[in-house]
Design a protein around this ligand. Structure first.
Ligand code: ADP
Ligand code: MG
Length: 727
């Protein structure tokens, strides 16, 4: 036996200052020391780096660490170097100049370098290969190894060249590490690296402290996000968007709403990016709005929420990104805004790509859609995706478990699915299976002549929306599985065959309904997404009490929809109560009305709830940057003609924009400007005109006032009027 347990712990203490190993770390380190190939699957924050850093310090020669990100490398090297007097860690990448490279090479030659970080691009450079051939290599560590697989969320072609290069440089044991890998990706990695016999260490991927929720993405999504952030004041959070443009827009909108937010994406200047990162770590900024470029290597332990503005392209990406919340084991709220339309957009983006890549991309998207739309426990879905069984009935920490949907019997449907999979010789994917069950004569079906099959259309009487949940839940229950080699082909398991022999009850939940087109959802919707369940149940209790006292049925007091809207909008006085659906003048006069608003008021105060009415959310109809800039300018009382100049607009064009803003419901105060450019009498005349007129038409106003006032003046005062009266 090489190293004993005793001195591994001592070494851990000596080099890292930690008292004990986390999870499988010790066994992993031992395995590397024993010279065996190692495969490590450990969630983000689990402590993967130590698994190769510690053995490298204890072994002769230099360990080569292949890592995808230059920024990460520098960071890790700094950490290691700080622990030891000698120069034990170095990196080799395109950011170094010739002199620095020579220094690194000298250190490696003299055996001073224990850890050498290289990017795959640098590793494959001929001159580096030649040099490394002469070095003594202790082992190779491949960090973020999922980059090897096209089935991962972050595929990098140059990772595929690692094995041939290792052969050239000289063989040594390999340790591959990743935070996310499905069966498929895991198989890919091992095959590609030629380490199919590697000892595998897999930690559970369950993160019990993370709360998962998927909300419908409505046109009020910005408002929903602002509201969410205001309900968690001072907390650190990350919001992921898919496009850089959206990142910048949303960051602007958040700032316009007094939220300390910054944008982060790969298109920004690198100095600015590292400044933003630092500000986030130092809590100068609360919220980072970012593309997926942000996060790898971010080690802020107390990120309290991760919001996905757009649905991610894969569940692996989703897991990785949400994984950045609550690394300290504390609260971590993971909220995703989902609209089917976003998926269609992503699907479209893939059209230009090679067919094989499109196919992979689409299947990953389908998995994400399944996750978003399901009513099954999200933790169960997620862990199942990563090949882990979660057998608790209720995780108590996801939206689906907190608000469970009624189950329905799916026995007969499962029988149909299983029989179909067999009939199709286990050779098709779920969308094909569904087409077959529904009796759709698609091109593909006809090409296989399957429309002639006896079972064709066996489930055509059912709602087509039922089949996806049946198949997915059959996968989770283990009656079906997806083939690892030919990803996506549905196979029946022995449990599935047993079920067919003697079918029993199979309770399922139907999927959730998501709107397809959030941009055209009516304003009213989305309210449900912000329903406060605690308040709602308190209101129901109060209703029960009142109903008993008055001897009238509860629905006569207030209907459910009214209570729900109260638990969404938080009316705190009778005036506001009138805006609630189903509450008219008469109801407000009822003696109990006051009790309800009092309860809501107390609740808001006790729970620090920022009400929508208080928020005055600054979103604009078409959330263009231009409008946001204009609103900010007006807030800072910049003269309107200066704003127009700064934005390269004619004054009339600026007025068009400002009108659009106030007409879409945002209040703007332009008095500072009116007072400067108009005399009071004119303002009053025009204002009075609009107060009395039954139209806001500009033509009509010009007819009436055109002799004394200019068109611009009329428009300016009309803006003031609309803003004050209508908004
Ligand atoms: P991963 O690469 O798996 O995401 P890291 O290697 O970056 O995780 O480690 C995450 C954090 O855990 C780091 O701050 C690291 O210092 C800390 N850590 C690792 N091992 C231990 C240990 N045995 N005891 C305490 N902290 C540890
Ligand atoms: Mg890591």
């Amino acid at each position: 036996m090489p190293k004993t347990k005793m001195n591994l712990t001592a070494a851990l203490k000596k080099y890292f200052g930690f008292d004990k190993f986390k999870g499988d770390q010790e066994a992993i380190v031992q395995n590397v020391l024993d010279g065996k190939d190692t495969f490590v699957l450990m969630p983000t924050g689990g402590g993967k780096s130590l698994c190769y850093q510690l053995p490298s310090l204890l072994m002769d020669g230099t360990a080569i660490v292949i890592s995808p990100l230059i920024a990460l490398m520098k960071n890790q090297v700094d950490v290691i170097s700080a622990m030891s007097e000698e120069g034990t860690a170095h990196y080799l990448n395109s950011s170094l100049n010739k002199a620095a490279i020579d220094q690194v090479k000298a250190d490696v030659k003299e055996g001073r370098t224990k850890l050498l970080y290289v990017a795959p691009e640098s590793l494959t450079k001929e001159e580096n290969v030649e040099f490394l051939k002469q070095a003594k290599i202790s082992f190779y560590a491949i960090d973020e190894a999922h980059c090897i697989s096209e089935w991962g969320h972050d595929f990098r072609p140059e990772y595929r060249r690692i094995r041939p290069i290792i052969n050239e440089i000289g063989n040594a044991p390999i340790i591959a590490l990743t935070a996310t890998a499905t069966d498929k990706v895991r198989t890919d990695i091992k095959k590609n690296l030629g380490i199919t016999d590697a000892v595998e260490f897999k930690s559970s991927f369950n993160r019990p402290n993370l709360y998962y929720e998927v909300r419908p993405k409505t046109k009020d999504v910005d408002k929903d996000i602002i509201k969410f952030i205001k309900q968690h004041p001072g907390k650190s959070g990350i919001i992921y968007c898919l496009s850089r443009k959206k990142v910048e827009e949303l960051a602007e909108i958040l700032r316009a709403n007094d939220i300390k937010a910054q944008a982060y994406h790969a298109g920004l200047d690198s100095a600015l990016r590292s400044q933003t990162q630092d500000d986030f770590l130092m809590e100068q900024i609360d919220v980072i709005v970012a593309t997926i470029a942000f996060g790898m290597g971010i080690d802020k332990p107390d990120v309290r929420f991760v919001i996905h503005y757009d649905i991610p392209k894969s569940l692996e990406g989703y897991y990785q990104e949400t994984g950045r919340a609550g690394r300290d084991g504390g609260e971590g709220l993971c909220i995703t805004f989902y609209a089917n339309k976003d998926l269609q957009k992503l699907d479209k983006f893939m059209e230009g790509k090679p067919v094989a890549e499109q196919d992979i991309g689409r299947q990953l998207l389908q998995e994400t859609a399944a996750y978003a739309e399901t009513s099954v426990c999200r933790r169960k879905m997620l862990l199942h995706y990563f090949g882990e069984i979660y057998d608790q009935d209720n995780c108590h920490n996801c939206d689906n478990c907190l608000h469970p949907k009624t189950k329905i019997e799916g026995k007969d449907q499962l029988v149909i699915v299983l029989n179909t999979v067999i009939a199709l010789k286990e050779n098709f994917r779920s969308d094909y299976v569904i087409d077959f069950i529904m009796g759709r004569e698609t091109e593909d079906i006809i090409a296989h002549n399957h429309q002639e099959h006896d079972l064709f259309g066996a489930g055509e009487d059912e709602d087509e929306k039922l089949w996806n949940p049946v198949i997915r839940q059959a996968l989770i229950a283990g009656y079906l599985k997806k083939d690892v080699e030919n990803y996506g082909l549905l196979k029946i398991t022995s449990a599935g065959k047993k079920f067919l022999k003697k079918p029993e009850s199979f309770m399922i939940v139907e999927d959730k309904e998501f709107n397809d087109d959030y941009e055209s959802t009516p304003e009213q919707e989305g309210g449900t997404s912000a329903l406060d369940p605690v308040l709602n149940s308190m209101l129901k209790d109060l209703r029960k009490k009142v109903s008993k006292k008055m001897g009238r049925p509860p629905y006569v007091i207030f209907q459910d929809v009214s209570l729900e809207q109260m638990a969404t909008d938080y009316p705190v006085n009778l005036e506001e109560l009138k805006n609630i659906q189903g509450v008219g003048e008469g109801k407000v006069k009822q003696p109990y009305a006051q009790e309800f608003v009092d309860l809501i008021k107390r609740y808001c105060e006790e729970n620090d709830i920022t009400r929508q009415a208080d928020l005055r959310v600054r979103t604009v109809a078409k959330k263009s940057m231009l409008k946001v800039k204009i609103i900010q300018g007006i807030d800072r009382q910049v003269a309107l003609d200066d704003i127009a100049n700064a934005q390269g607009l004619e004054f009339e064009e600026l007025l068009d924009e400002v009108e659009a803003i106030v007409y879409s419901g945002t209040k703007l105060n332009i008095d500072y400007f009116l007072d400067e450019v108009m005399d009071e009498d004119h303002i009053d005349d025009i204002y009075d005109y609009f107060s009395e007129s039954d139209t806001d038409s500009l033509e009509a106003a010009i007819d009436e006032l055109g002799d004394e006032c200019s068109e611009d003046e009329i428009r300016l005062v009309r803006i003031k009027f609309i803003s004050e009266m209508a908004n």
